[in-house]
Every structure is written in C-alpha cells, then in structure tokens.
Write a protein that binds this ligand. Structure first.
Ligand SMILES: NC(=O)C1=CN([C@@H]2O[C@H](COP(=O)(O)OP(=O)(O)OC[C@H]3O[C@@H](n4cnc5c(N)ncnc54)[C@H](O)[C@@H]3O)[C@@H](O)[C@H]2O)C=CC1
Ligand SMILES: O=C(O)C(=O)Cc1ccc(O)cc1
Length: 748
C-alpha cells in the first residue's frame, strides 16, 4: 500500500529538515483529519502521514497536497511518529487503538478529534487496561455538514475552539504539545472535564443534529412532502443544513453519548410540550415570552461569538478627541438618558408588577449585561426602538432561577444592582464575572447582601465568583458612610426585601436618582434627618422617560458659561440634589443659568438654559468639595478661566479616586500654563487663559470632558488621548457638540 522508498526518504531527513511537530499521522483522512493535516502542512509545521480504510481517500490526500505520504498501521510507521491523531467516526476508534497498541511508543502523543469524549476514553481503557499518559483526548468545535478529504479546509479551525480533556495522569509535556498543535492551526484551546464536555456538547451540538435529521425525515415521509420541500423558505434551509451531515458519524455520536443526549432531549421535549399547550390554548403571552427570551439570548450569544471571531480579547484602539478653540455654543438639544439610570430603570421595571415603558434609555455597553441577566431569569424585555424598552415585570420575588450562572462580565453597575435582587429570591444562584471584576474585594457589597439573611459563599474571601443561597429574610438597615455612596442603590434594593420597614442612613438628606426612580415605581420612601426609610410594598410598572445625563448637561452648561455669545438649551434635564446644588454654585460665582423647577418626585426636571458670563474666583469648603467630588474636574476648569485665585479645600480628604482625578487635572492645567498650588490637601488655581496642548485623561471619561472644556477657549488646539471610555459613555459626543457648533473630532 505504501511506497517503502518514500517512507525511507522521509525518516532519513536530517534534523534541520525536520519540522516543528515532526511526523504526524492522521488515522481517518476525512474532512476533519484532512483539514488538520492541511493546516499543518501548509504552514510547514509537520510531515504528514495518513491511514484510511478507503485507499481512494489517501490517494486524493496526496494528489491534493493534504498529506505528504500514505501510511499504514505498522511498526515502521507508528514507531517513528511524534503525533498520532484519530479522526475516524468515534465507534471505529476502538479497533484503530487495538491495531496501534503493539507499536505505540510512550513518547508519541496520541490524541483524537471525536465529538464525544467519555466513549473514547472507555475504548482506550478497554484496549490498554488504563488510559496511557500519552493518550490525551481532544475535540475541535469546528466543522461542517460535509465529509471526506475533498471537503478539507486548512482554515477550518481558525478562531474556533478546540477542547482538550486531559486526565489526571496525562503527560504534561505531551499535553503542552497538544495545546501548541491546536494553537498552530489557529484554534483557541480550552480544557474541560470529560463528563462536562459530553453534557455540554449533547445540548449544543448533538441535540440540534438530532432535531434536524428527525424534522427532515418526518416531513420527507409525510403527506405533501413534495410541496413542503418545493416551497421551503430560508428558515427550513437554515434549520436543516446539518441534516446533510455524515450518517455514520452521527449514528456513532448518539450511540456513544446516550445518557447526556437523553437528558437534554427530555428537557427539550418538556419545553416542546409546553409550547404545544400554549398553541392549543391560544396563550399568546407564553409564546411571546419564549420567543423574546430566545431571540435576545441568541442575539446576545451572537454578539459574544462575533467578538470571539474578531479576536479572543476585544481589540481596543487608542482614540483621541481634539477641540479647536470655539467662539460660542448655540442651540437646543436633548441628551440620551444616563447609563447608570438606564441600568437602574431596567432593574426596577423588571421587579415591578405589570408592564413598564422606559423611553430615552441608553442601551449601549454594559446596560445590555443587566438586561440579559433579567432576561435569563424570565423577564420579557421588548426593544420597541433603539432607546425604548417595554419591560414585562415579574414582581420583586418573581424571577426564575437561571439555567447558568449570571455573568456580569466587567460591569460593576450590573453587579451592584443584581446582587441584592438575587439575594432576595428563593433560589440559589451563582454570579460570575470577568477580568477586572475578579480578584477585587467586594466586601462592602457582600456584607450588605449578608444582612439580607441568605448565604454568601465565595472561594476567595469576598471576591467573585460568588454563590448566593436563600435564607430567612432579615430586617435591613444600612448605614452608608463616606465612600460607600456607590452602594446607595444596592442598599435601597436590599431594603425593598426587608420584612419590616427598611432604612438607609445617608450622610446628606439630598435626593438622588435612586429614591426618585423608586418613587416613580410606587415605592414610599420617607426622608428623615439621617437618611431614608423604605416602606415594603410591591413595585408598580409604569411609564418613564429617562432624563439626560447629568454630568454631560453640567459639562455643556460650563462650556456655555465659558464661551462668549453662547445660548444653550437642554430640553430634558433631570437634576438630583447634588447637580442642583452644583449648578446653583456656578450661578453663585456669576454663571448665567436657569434651572428647571422641582417635579413631583423630587428631581429638577425640564428645560435647563445657560449663556456666557465671566466667572468669578471662588473658595470651596471641604464639605462642599466632598459634596461636589464628582464635579470637581469641572470646577477646576471654571477656576482656570475665572478672574482671580480660587481655592478648593479638602481635596486630600476625598475618596482616593476623586483626589487622583483632581491631581491629574492639575497636571493638565500646569501643562496649559495655568498656575496651580497643591498644599496640605488644598488646591489653589490662579485664573487665566489656558494655552492648549496634548493631554492624557488616563481612560477616565469625566476627566476627558473636563480636559476638552479646558480647550474650549484656549489659545491652541487641545488634544485629549485615551478617550475610548469617554466615547463608550457619551457616544453621541461628536453629534451633540457638532449640533451646538463646538467641534470635537475623534481620531483613532
Ligand atoms: N464533521 C464535523 O463537523 C466534525 C467531526 N468531528 C469528529 O471527527 C471525526 C471525523 O469526522 P469527519 O472528518 O467529519 O468524517 P469523515 O467521514 O469526513 O472522515 C472519516 C474518515 O475516517 C475513515 N475511517 C472510518 N473508519 C476507519 C477505520 N476503522 N480505519 C481507518 N479509517 C477509517 C473514513 O474512511 C473517512 O475517510 C469524527 O469522530 C467526528 O465525530 C469533530 C468535529 C467536527
Ligand atoms: O456543521 C456544523 O454546524 C457543526 O455543528 C459542526 C460540528 C459537528 C460536530 C462536532 O463535534 C463539532 C462541530
């Protein structure tokens, strides 16, 4: 069968000619074996041999350049191999292993590509009596409905996953080689436990194939089959593509992975029966619920998959924003709802009874993570348009246990909202996260949730991932001390689950969006001298139009104040106590601002107007600096343009991230030739006219806006680097400023 001289020529190669992975033998030169061989061969990484019970495939393999040499299972070939890959249907692997056994050396890596893993390991045990350290199973999650060597594609594995399922005594050197092999053909390697693999794949791959085969067979043999196929629309074609897959391979898969397939099939059959009942009873709401949840889950996963295909980690390109000194800003605008408010409104609407319409909602970035979590727990959320949601609330305790852990990815906002809500349910749930949220102490949040009465279990002290276990609800009374302000909404949510009136003690009695939003949904929140009490009652679904982002509004007001001739009108401002106090302070130092009246729930809502005015220097007391800690970068800019020297006291006593921001802005001011002095935690800024120049906001969006405002009336162009976060948070920056005649240009 094999040309002995070819073989001799190949094994006589000098070490220089020997390729990175040496001699690789594929057993079963079909679509997957052929693709793997071709990917290695085209990259010059190995000398490729193949064995197949169909000689024709081997001849085609050589003539189409998929392999170098045909081979056979014999001492001469097998003993010289560095890697042997089993790529036959899974049930053929036992006989292949039996043939290999007499010749195999323990330095040779033996692996496979089979779609099931438990059955392959059982076959290895039957043949060898144990699993040898050099046998390490694998499975590429890439393929097609085609078969045979002619269908092989050297790019098949690029940016797809390859699962490896090593055993406790797998040889680590050979395991490393297996990882390298898959990475060399473009795959991302993931390790998995054998049983987990078989259950996951039973649902994600085996069940869909079973449904496609059965559907086509049922329809093809039924009445009107001719016309069914003749008039089949795209959906039928999409759904049944995989019914063209190889029947031998798939018969083997179902025989090999019986238990796991039956489990997922039973689950699916139950759900199909529910759907049948819904159709029979004309229960449109149930159908609508299933369809919306399924659509959003699929859309969500597709987005994740797209990110994978672009690259395993999201590519972040550095972005800078430049401003040319402007003469004036003029115009009427509406701002998109605040992101943090959008997260909160979705959460409260999901926990309300009945339907809520949320308008002017920002659905970009992290907000979708909060939304997906509620969808995973049975809340139907319709996207009526790009900034309008219809949320079918399920009540405070009406969430359903999710089938997988809730993943908050890297969204702190989602985590702080979801954790108290999950702790109030009657099911256990795991919460996982990614990258920057891992390995960070969540002590303040976890202890708040513990107060609610349930169990909070994490492997690493107070870090994610965490398991929440239901417990007897206890009375919630939370004291938000300095620096814990980010817990404010979490505390109010926890208080909603308190059996008796919950209380949230706060430093100031001013109203924030948290209380206002809850009042909007029918919660009675009473203000006291040292905070608030929350009267337990169901939340009531309602309609709400979210007001524009407050920091963006404050920034635009500052711009209007700095630029002579400006006339600005923000149609949809919504100011909480701090923003109201901040704008009132600007007024007190000479700004020309007209603030809207206080509305029913406590916000200053409506039209916010501002025009140019020369600002006076000011002195801010430590308690004011604390109150305006988030707005301080804007106040530094006001000071830089004001007449005379301003003083901001108590910067050194602010939470570290607020102080850091101010100090970064001091560097920028000095770079622009504005004289600043920072002494004993107090900051002095001598007003003047900033020069302009290149600045770096270190990825901080609030700082970036302040820096752009510094450039508003400066003498030269101002360029701010590292603005990715700014554009994520304020993605209409360019369009809003363009509308007002203030040109911010974005460059990558
Ligand atoms: N088709 C797909 O999309 C994927 C398949 N897999 C797995 O890869 C393996 C191969 O699948 P495909 O390449 O699609 O099938 P295929 O039908 O294209 O190739 C299988 C090859 O194995 C040969 N073969 C069968 N029994 C043999 C034996 N006893 N000795 C030597 N050769 C033998 C056949 O002649 C054929 O050429 C299967 O275990 C399958 O579960 C894994 C991922 C994706
Ligand atoms: O063709 C498709 O869409 C597939 O699903 C390919 C596939 C088939 C079997 C596997 O074990 C892995 C991937």
């Amino acid at each position: 069968m094999t040309g002995e001289s070819d073989f001799q020529a190949s094994v006589n190669m000098t070490s220089q000619e020997k390729k990175k992975f040496g001699n690789v033998m594929i057993i079963g030169l079909g679509m997957i074996g052929g693709s793997f061989a071709k990917a290695l061969k085209e990259r010059g990484l190995a000398t490729l041999y193949a064995v197949d019970r169909r000689e024709g495939e081997l001849a085609l393999g050589v003539s189409t350049g998929v392999i170098d040499y045909p081979a056979e299972i014999s001492a001469e070939f097998v003993s010289k191999m560095d890697v042997i890959v089993l790529a036959t249907p899974v049930r053929a692997m036992e006989s292949v292993l039996t043939d290999l056994k007499p010749f195999i050396s323990e330095r040779t890596l033996v692996t496979d590509v089979g779609s099931t893993k438990g059955s392959v390991i059982e076959a290895v045990r039957r043949v060898f009596g144990h699993v040898p350290a050099n046998f390490i199973p694998g499975h590429p999650i890439a393929g097609a409905e085609k078969s045979g060597v002619l269908a092989s594609n050297p790019l098949l594995f690029e940016k797809h996953m390859a699962i490896v399922t090593p055993l406790a005594d797998s040889n680590p050197v050979l395991l490393d080689r297996l990882h390298r092999l898959w990475r060399a053909v473009g795959a991302d390697v993931v390790s998995m436990d054998v049983d987990h693999h078989d259950h996951v794949l039973a649902s994600s791959s085996h069940l869909p194939h079973l449904l496609a085969y059965t559907l086509v067979d049922a329809l093809a043999n039924g009445e009107r089959s001719q016309d069914i196929f003749k008039f089949a629309a795209g959906g039928f074609r999409d759904f049944t593509r995989i019914a063209s897959s190889d029947p031998v391979m798939w018969r083997d898969v179902f025989m090999a992975n019986k238990e796991a397939t039956l489990a997922t099939l039973d689950h699916f059959t139950d759900r199909l029966a529910d759907m049948r009942a819904a159709i029979e009873q004309g229960d449109g709401a149930s159908m609508f619920g299933v369809f919306t949840r399924a659509k959003s889950a699929r859309d969500h996963f597709l987005r994740l998959l797209e990110q994978r295909t672009i690259g395993s980690t999201k590519e972040v390109r550095p972005v800078s924003v430049s401003v040319l000194p402007a003469s004036a800003i003029k115009g009427d605008i509406s701002l998109l709802g605040d992101k943090s408010l959008s997260h909160k409104a979705i959460t409260i609407a999901a926990l309300s009874e009945g339907v809520s319409e949320i308008k002017n909602v920002d659905l970009t970035g992290d907000v979708r993570i909060t939304m997906q979590a509620f969808r995973d727990m049975g809340v139907v959320i319709e996207e009526a348009s790009a900034d309008h949601l219809r949320v079918h609330g399920v009540g405070l305790r009406g969430l359903k246990a999710p089938i997988a852990p809730i993943n908050v990815h890297q969204s702190r906002e989602s985590l702080y909202l979801l954790l108290p809500v999950l702790a109030g349910q009657s099911f256990s749930v795991s919460v996982v996260a990614e990258e920057k949220l891992l390995n960070q102490s969540m002590g303040d949040l976890f202890s708040l949730v513990r107060k609610m009465g349930g169990g909070v279990v994490s492997e690493m002290a107070d870090c994610l991932p965490v398991d929440l276990l239901p417990g007897e609800p206890s009375n919630v009374s939370v004291d938000l001390k300095i620096g814990s302000e980010r817990l404010r909404m979490s505390a109010f949510l926890a208080a909603l689950y308190s059996p008796v009136e919950g209380s949230v003690m706060t430093l100031s009695t001013g109203l924030s969006h948290c209380e206002v939003l809850l009042r909007h949904f029918g919660v009675t929140i009473l203000g006291h001298a040292d905070g608030f009490s929350v009267v337990p009652a169901p939340l009531v679904g309602t309609d709400i139009v979210l007001s524009g982002d407050e920091y963006e509004a404050a920034w635009l007001v500052l711009l209007a104040s700095l630029l002579p001739g400006s006339e600005l009108l923000i149609e949809n401002a919504g100011l909480d106590s701090v923003s109201f106090a901040f704008l009132s302070f600007l007024k007190s130092i000479g700004a020309d601002i007209s603030i809207p009246e206080q509305g029913e729930f406590g916000l200053y809502e409506g039209r916010l107007q501002a025009g140019f005015a020369e600002l006076n220097s000011f002195s801010l007391l430590p308690e004011q600096s604390y109150q305006f800690r988030n707005e301080l970068p804007l106040l530094c800019v006001a000071a830089a343009y004001a007449k005379g020297e301003s003083c901001i006291q108590g910067v050194g006593s602010l939470p570290y991230y607020c102080e850091d921001r101010v100090l970064a802005l001091v560097d920028a001011l000095e770079h622009m030739k504005i004289v600043c002095t920072y002494e004993n935690g107090d900051l002095f800024i001598a007003g003047g006219l900033p020069l302009g120049g290149e600045l770096d906001c270190a990825g901080d969006d609030k700082l970036a806006l302040a820096m752009l405002a510094l450039g508003a009336r400066s003498q030269l162009l101002t360029k701010v680097n590292d603005c990715q976060k700014l554009l994520e948070e304020f993605n209409e920056l360019e369009s809003v400023t363009m509308q007002l005649g203030f040109h911010c240009s974005v460059a990558q």
